[in-house]
Structures are given as structure tokens and as C-alpha cells.
Write a protein that binds this ligand. Sequence first.
Ligand code: SF4
Length: 437
Amino acid sequence: MTATHITLQPRPRDASVDHSIQAIVTGTGPGETCNTDLAAGPWDFDARPGYGPGSSMGDVIPTGAPRQGELPVEYREASEAELAERVRAAKATLGDRVVVLGHFYQREEVVLHADYVGDSFQLANAALEHPDAEAIVFCGVHFMAETADLLSRPEQAVILPNLAAGCSMADMASIDEVEECWEQLAEVYGDLDTPDADGLVPVIPVTYMNSSAAIKGFVGRHGGIVCTSSNARTVLEWAFARGRRVLFFPDQHLGRNTAKAMGVPLEQMPMWNPRKSLGGSNEETLADARVILWHGFCSVHRRFTVDQIDKARAEHPGVRVIVHPECPMDVVDAADDAGSTDYIRKAIAAATEPTTFAIGTEINLVQRLAAEHPQHQIFCLDPVVCPCSTMYRIHPGYLAWVLEALVAGDVLNRITVPDDVAGPARLALERMLAAKP
Ligand code: SF4
């Protein structure tokens, strides 16, 4: 597998979403935030039942989701400058023994210390460039650390600085719900492993990268494949070459937007609600289905609306609107363009003339892009400052804590995928890498 090279951008002047939130909360800066609790440390809300303040605060956190123990007080009470210095010192001591990965949606105070910045799959691959590193500190969310563990060497420890950093979308498809769905589909379609006269099986399961390793393992065991927001179309073509239809999870919007662009009619894309019998559908609809969409979504990208796009166009004539395909279909249809985080970055970098961009994705990335490209006017479609609350749980205090523990010889918060899950999950990832447009 070839590792992805990610060029680190020069540091923007002040792309800190946290500084914006602190200014809003103290009344010293403009704007509005979705929750003033965001100005506090994540440890203040980690013990509460929901995902905390931010875009996924309304989602239900599953029972049994990992919870983070209390961060030692020395990290909770340290200033931003002190934490930055402690992280720098620990990294300098560890040298090549550690690699720090930062997702595009991480806060600036964390990205500052990342050796690589990228999307989840780019980062998992970036870790491969450091086969000798003893530890990979993944500043992202749980499923990303699992994917890095799948792709790294067994001796390498993948560390998630805050165990409570899950992903509300990934958590919307549990392995039990997906197994139950598969059993019900077998009752409708018959043997799901036997191809028909055309060599097609009844259903191919396709999971978005934003899913647990258990779900990737399920897909691997059942002839299915993983996709990213960059390659979803190629992966669906792969699946349609092998099956009558696709079961797509957990993100309904990525599935719908991709299949619609491929010409699949909406009436052949029923929704599967795991809390209802036959997913809330019926045998006739399922028989005619081409893509069965799981009832999952990203609470960050669900915030974007057509009204926001209309307002941006009215206030900024000539604005170019680019949104992420996790946004609802009407938003993608109303935008000028839709694509992955990497696609959005490249589209902005490719603009040779000063341009106004309205972007529909997570605020940390948008604010950083705006600081990196001062020749353009770049703003988030959502006027409310509302970062992804699960990403937001990686505070620099947690990063300093796990790095200083490594210096002391302790591996904290290691994420390990069990062998019986890892084998089929890797198979599903390898199918994706082998799928060609
Ligand atoms: S932005 Fe959405 S998909 Fe990404 S980690 Fe947050 S909740 Fe999950």
C-alpha cells in the first residue's frame, strides 16, 4: 500500500475556533456559538450522558461507548501556552518514536503539533510512513484510531488521547443492528451468498469509512467493501458489478448523493431504520431497491441548509458554494460543487483569481482554510460557530497527557482491534484500494 504524502501548510495567523468561541462567550468578539459550554474544557462535560456541546450534542451516545477517566488536574489547569510547550517538549524527547496525526476537523491548538494533517484515510496511511514509530497518536475520533490500528504494524500502539472521542454518525450503525438487518434481508431475498444467473448476489454491503471496525469486519465477511467520501462512486460501481443492490451505511446522505449522481432514482433508494421491522420499508419496495440507505447522518453536515446557500448568494454575488457530500441532498443540489474535505482544500488551492467561497463543512477546517488563503474570502455557510463535538474532545491537555506518559514509558488509551475482526475488516479495506474507477 502506498502512503499518502500530505504537505503541511504554513501556520495560519489565527485560525483558532476556540479563540473565536472564547471571544463570543466573554462578549469580546463577534458572532454566535451553538453552546457556550464549548468555552469550557471537555473534562467538564465528558462525564455527561450526551456527546457534549457542539454539532452532535443532540445525538444519543450508545451504552457501553468508551468513557474517558478524569484528566489529571495539572493538565486541566494548565494554560494554553504551557500545554503547547509541554507537548513540544515531549515530542522533542520522543523524536521518531512517535508520530502525531491531526484530522482536518481538529482544533487549531492540536493541529499545531501534528506531523500530518488530513482526512481519516490519509492519516491512517500517513502512519505507514513511520513503520519504526512505537506509537501513533491519532488526534481524531475512535473509528479513525481503529483504522490506523488495522493498517499499522502489530507492535505499534495507536493512541486516542481522549477515549470519549467517538463519532455520532459511526455510532448510528451498531454491529447488532446491522446483523439484524442482514437477517431480515435474507428473509426477503433468500440466500444472500448465492449469485443469480447473471452472477449477481442479492445485496452487497458497503460501509463508509466512518464506521466501527466491527462494521468493517461484517462487510469484509459478507463480500462487501469500504468507501470514503472521495471514492464512493467508484466503490458503488464495484458493488453493482457484483450485486443486484447495495446496503449502504451508516451515512444516508453520502449514499443518496452518490447514487443519485449515478442515475439511481430516489424511489429505488428506500431508507432502513434499524428501530423498525424491515427497516420501516416493505417487501415490494425492497425487491425493487437498488440502494438501501441506513438511517444515519452526520450532525455537523446536517446543519447546512438551502436557506444558508440562498443567503450566501444574495449577500455575495459570484460566491462559489462547495459542500461536503455528507450534507443533505437538497443542499448538495443547491451548491455549485460537492466533495470530500480533501477535494474542498484542493478546489480552493486551485483558484488562481481572488474568489469568495462559502463552504459547507466543519468549522475548524473552514476557519483554517480562510487563514491559509488570505487572497480569498472564505466563510462557513453556517453562521453559528458549532464545531463537531466529538472531534472537540481532543483538547491539548489530553495530548500533553498521553505524550508525557509515553516519555515516562506508559502507553495510555491504546486502541486495539481484535484479530477476528481485523482480518475481515482489512479485507474490506483492501477491496476498496483495489477498486479502480
Ligand atoms: S464531523 Fe460528523 S462524521 Fe465527522 S467525526 Fe464529527 S460527527 Fe462524525
